[in-house]
Design a protein around this ligand. Sequence first.
Ligand code: 2F8
Ligand code: CA
Length: 210
Amino acid sequence: MMAAAEPGRKLYRVVVVSLGLLCILQAALNISLRLALYHSYSTSYNTLKRNLSDCDNKTLDLEASFKTLTEERDELKKKLTDCVHDQQRWKYFSGSFYYISSNMKTWNESRTDCLQRWADLVVVNSEEEQEFINQYRKTMWIGLTDSEREGTWKWVDGTPLTTSFWHSGEPNNTNKSEDCVETKFRDKNSWNDAVCGNRNSWICEKKMFL
Ligand code: 2F8
Ligand code: CA
């Protein structure tokens, strides 16, 4: 009787052991799958984190470039506006362009400004030209001086003074210190000799045909 029960017990033990092994296998599988998933999540998370940080840095760089470019654009816009306004100050008359300044400088500084514009202080060669510059009714330096030799008036192009438009009583070399010429009087004869270091507006001339 005892011998007949033995195979049943053996089978029971085999089944129990197999089930136990299956449970262990499933637990091991479960753990390794979880570990693999965790590893994959953590790798993805780190990659995303790094990409986000790179993206943040690139955004900061782009913002800085945008700011610089905006500033450069505004500066160029201002330069262009100034340049256009400056160009509009040139007036044409009888073969020359004339630039009438909006600010004030000494005679020498005024001349330097004209030279930088590829022009020079105006040389008045005719009554018509004198009338043209007088129409602006403005005190302006012109290109006439006797600073080389007192009493010998010379134009900036090196020519001596022939036709003149001195106001009556001028040139009077007040205090023996007036060597440069300005349009001062609201009269056809508008010229006055004045101190070269005074600050005046000025008028440049750029001849078109030399
Ligand atoms: O009246 C003419 C006289 O006027 C001034 O002196 C009071 C001028 N001086 C200046 O503009 C500094 C003189 O040059 C001018 O002759
Ligand atoms: Ca004078």
